[in-house]
Design a binder for this molecule. Structure first.
Ligand SMILES: C[S@@+](CC[C@H](N)C(=O)[O-])C[C@H]1O[C@@H](n2cnc3c(N)ncnc32)[C@H](O)[C@@H]1O
Length: 374
């Protein structure tokens, strides 16, 4: 894997280099004193808030108020001035549902709406929200079908032929249909699929409007995909991904649908599996905080994991910070903890990492704890 020169510019404190055992990783450029913030990121490419928390978490700052519904949602008056006069916008003024966006304050609502071109994303979310109840109504948990889908043995070529089938049969068939007939082809989906669809939708929107030369865009393109490992473990995900694609293909307005290619969707989802950060409640102890969902920060995805991490990550509103928790010497690897289970004994900790993150941890602590005792 080559390391794009620009990825070196992620932080003045470290550069990204190839390792012998864990792909690419971050190495300090010089001595770094304890307490230094080596990375601060606000440019997530996509966020997924779980269905359960959709009204309880502010979509701008991710504040949470003990399961209370956020006070501010979108109404048509908030968005009408954002619709360009000549746009063929599908937002219905009389039936506007609020795009599934909830905020803790007027300030957060207006900050969110100030993002350039945001009306495109609001329109996509609104269309999804309008159609979702019908799609959910038709969904029923079919354990037998799920077990059947999960029993398929997955390989690169099985994944490829599933997508080839969509490309050569399903898309041309849909393209020939009238709009109302297309909508009748929407699949039945669950709440999890709906949240994933919103995540992909936001990723497409953000990528569409990102400078091609900017560090976030370049770092995103170079992210490592864990598609094969994850789908091999949960084959039903292949079916899940096809439903996500089909829904977006049918519903997205043309401005965002032109971004939707099978290869981009596979990269968005394949890289999410190994690179997303948990979106956790702020200010609570690790054992009692709520898990709201996940988000992807491409620049922060080149830190490898260590069971004795020298960097601590935390969230402050919609920003992620990475602070050095010990003095670091020049050329030392800078690592974070992916797992949240560092107190577990070696075997259990390593099993957790292998099962949830798909790698056999090769950090120094694991190496030393695995040494035979003489
Ligand atoms: C978020 S990425 C980190 C950057 C990654 N090394 C790369 O080249 O893109 C996570 C992946 O890095 C590798 N990795 C991270 N920490 C590791 C560790 N302690 N031991 C072995 N592999 C590790 C695994 O392949 C994992 O799926």
């Amino acid at each position: 894997m080559t390391i794009d020169e620009d990825v070196h510019a992620i932080s003045p404190y470290f550069e990204v280099r190839q390792t012998a055992w864990g792909g690419r990783a971050c190495f300090s450029n010089g001595n770094i004193p304890k307490g230094t913030t080596v990375l601060k990121v606000a440019n997530s490419t996509g966020i997924s808030i779980s269905y359960e928390f959709r009204k309880e978490v502010c979509h701008n700052c991710f504040a949470y108020d003990n399961a209370r519904t956020m006070k501010y949602k979108l109404n048509y008056d908030c968005v009408k001035n954002l619709i360009p006069p000549d746009a063929n916008c599908k937002i219905n003024p009389k039936k506007f549902l609020g795009a599934g966006l909830w905020f803790c304050s007027e300030y957060c609502r207006s900050s969110y709406l100030q993002k350039p071109n945001i009306i495109e994303l609001v329109e996509c979310y609104e269309l999804l929200l309008c159609h979702f109840p019908n799609m959910l109504k038709r969904y029923n948990t079919d354990i037998e079908q799920e077990n059947k889908l999960n029993s398929i043995s997955i390989s690169e070529s099985i994944i490829q032929s599933a997508w080839d089938e969509i490309e050569s049969n399903w898309i041309p068939r849909i393209d020939h249909m009238k709009p109302t007939k297309k909508v009748s082809q929407l699949p039945a989906i669950s709440e999890d699929e709906y949240c994933c669809i919103r995540f992909v939708c936001e990723s497409l929107f953000n990528l569409k409007h990102m400078e091609r030369q900017c560090i976030t865009y370049r770092a995103f393109n170079m992210l490592q995909s864990n598609e094969l490992s994850k789908i091999s473990k949960f084959p039903v995900l292949l079916h899940f991904q096809k439903l996500v694609f089909q829904t977006l293909y049918i519903l997205l307005p043309s401005h965002t649908r032109k971004m939707l290619t099978i290869s981009l969707l596979r990269h968005i989802l394949g890289t999410e599996y190994g690179n997303a950060f948990g979106l956790w409640q702020e200010g609570e102890a690790a054992e009692s905080r709520e898990y709201f969902g996940y988000w992807v920060f491409p620049e922060a995805s080149y830190f490898n994991h260590s069971c004795t991490p020298n960097v601590t990550k935390y969230r402050k509103g919609n920003i992620m910070l990475f602070n050095v928790n010990t003095d670091i010497k020049k050329n030392e690897q800078i690592c974070i903890d992916y797992s949240g289970v560092l107190e577990l004994p070696t075997v259990k900790r390593r099993k957790f990492l292998a099962d949830s993150w798909f790698f056999d941890c090769a950090c120094e602590r694991c190496k030393s704890e695995l040494q035979p005792v003489h």
